[in-house]
Ligand binder design. Structure first.
Ligand SMILES: [Zn+2]
Ligand SMILES: [Zn+2]
Length: 253
């Protein structure tokens, strides 16, 4: 209740430019906020991957239904003809959902790329990407803008005792690093192969990469507020300044 029950959706502002990472249930609230502003929405939305918890908010994202908005949806783990449009189209099919994706009056653009590429979705915004160790694949992101950097790394499973050079590269001296901390180290053994990491592994990586602020993200839905409070306290001890992501939290690099 206090940390929030929505699934992944992170908004990144680069000056006037708007980037969104993932379309989990959290994107519904973002859509309402954008529509309430009365302005035309112009954004780039990057999917880490297309497991349900990262896309299920898409049919409820208001800006998609308003003509005139400019939306570009990106994914790096798929290949046409089964690219991001086809996958979202499949989710928005009867009897799973009553209206098809073509109902989106904003006519979003769908852009498939290959994880590992560097993107420049808008002038001055550079996004480095890398493939992540996750069932069916996922893409990790590092946004660089005006001398600041933010990384978004979920869903990813670490290999115990080994450091993923690509992940470390994306995290390198980032101002803010958001990382998959689904489990506690003690829970990990029972979840090997599930595609997620631990907050302790995240802290180890952040320290090695000399990250400024580390963000514990992608909470296990079985962890309640009290459990999250304990993680927050333990993480603060291990690496002061570490924060546990909360619904609506705003961080400034
Ligand atoms: Zn996943
Ligand atoms: Zn996930």
């Amino acid at each position: 209740m206090r940390y929030g029950g929505n699934t992944s959706c992170v908004e990144v502002r680069c000056g006037e430019r708007l980037l969104v990472f993932d379309g989990g249930t959290g994107i519904r609230a973002l859509g309402k906020e954008l529509e309430a502003s009365g302005k035309t929405t112009d954004l780039d939305l990057f999917f880490s991957h297309t497991h349900l918890d990262h896309v299920v908010g898409m049919p409820f994202f208001q800006p998609s239904y308003a003509a005139g908005n400019r939306l570009r949806f990106w994914a790096g783990h798929l290949k046409p003809p089964h690219g991001i449009k086809a996958v979202l189209d499949k989710m928005m099919s009867a009897p799973l959902f009553p209206v098809p994706i073509d109902i989106f009056a904003a006519k979003p653009e769908f852009r498939d790329f290959t994880a590992g590429e560097t993107l420049e979705p808008q002038p001055g915004v550079v996004i480095k990407t890398a493939p992540l160790n996750h069932p069916n694949g996922a893409t990790g992101y590092r946004v660089e803008f005006a001398g600041k950097s933010v990384t978004y790394l979920t869903d990813i499973e670490h290999r115990p005792g080994k450091t993923d050079a690509a992940v470390l590269g994306l995290m390198d001296r980032a101002d803010i690093a958001i990382y998959d901390c689904t489990y506690d180290d003690t829970e990990y053994a029972a979840h090997r192969g599930w595609g997620h990491s631990t907050w302790q592994e995240g802290v180890r990586l952040a320290t090695r990469a000399r990250v400024k602020q580390f963000v514990i993200f992608h909470h296990d839905p079985d962890h309640n507020d009290d459990f999250m409070d304990k993680i927050a306290a333990a993480a603060e001890k291990l690496r002061p300044g570490t924060v546990v992501a909360k619904e609506g939290m705003v961080l400034r690099p």
